[in-house]
Design a protein. Structure first.
Length: 85
């Protein structure tokens, strides 16, 4: 039981928070970086951008139709295409 607690995600997260004083923390990726140069590299990375998209969808769910099936169910009279002039 003790070993399960020590390896649990909640416990590891609490331990990381204790060690993050003066560190760079990315909450979206659940990552702690020790220097500004690592931070900058991380922010430019592909994995960070993917995690950021997932995180934002979880925090701010969309109310717009997102699949083709949902779009097909919409009544066309509510939407009007605007042509660029």
């Amino acid at each position: 039981m003790y070993d399960d607690h020590m390896t649990s995600k909640k416990h590891r997260k609490n331990e990381v928070q204790k060690d993050t004083v003066g560190a760079w923390v990315c909450q979206a990726c659940d990552l702690v970086l020790s220097s500004q140069s690592e931070w900058v590299k991380h922010l430019c990375g592909r994995r960070h951008h993917e995690k950021l998209k997932e995180w934002s969808v979880r925090l701010f769910p969309t109310t717009h139709p997102t699949t083709e099936q949902e779009i097909d169910l919409l009544d066309d009279s509510h939407y009007e295409e605007i042509e660029d002039e």
